[in-house]
Design a protein around this ligand. Structure first.
Ligand SMILES: [Cu+2]
Length: 121
């Protein structure tokens, strides 16, 4: 290819042309999905009528999850040893940045029949 470029553009332009081509090819090879994957996303879980909605959620590492308590009394979001919101008062919310990968079942310590699960990929 270099010989062809030299023939067509002369020796002076061959090196800059090759550099420019390599740069363009390099830029085209960047996967737009890889850029998107780096952006943290915020997910919302609504707590209402003694339920987490959605009760199962899958997020990417680095994403944020916000639990919003719409009940007129407190709840918690507790995965023992992993995360614990402590009491989230009525109309308040709690944010968690998902940095640890895994599948985490959580409950409300005040109403242990309330169950949810967070998967961090
Ligand atoms: Cu509760």
């Amino acid at each position: 290819m270099t010989a062809l470029l030299e023939q067509r553009y002369g020796r002076r332009w061959t090196y800059p042309l090759v550099v420019a081509l390599v740069c363009v090819v390099g830029l085209l090879r960047v996967d737009p999905g890889a850029i998107a994957a780096g952006k943290p996303v915020t997910h919302t879980v609504v707590i209402e009528a003694l339920k987490y909605a959605p009760d199962t959620l899958t997020v990417k590492r680095g994403d944020m999850v916000v639990w919003i308590n719409k009940d007129p009394f407190p709840h918690t979001v507790t995965a023992n040893g992993v995360f614990d919101s402590h009491d989230i008062a009525a109309s308040r919310s709690w944010k968690y940045t998902a940095r640890t990968p895994g599948e985490f079942a959580y409950i409300c310590k005040l109403h242990p029949t309330m169950k949810g699960a967070l998967t961090v990929e």
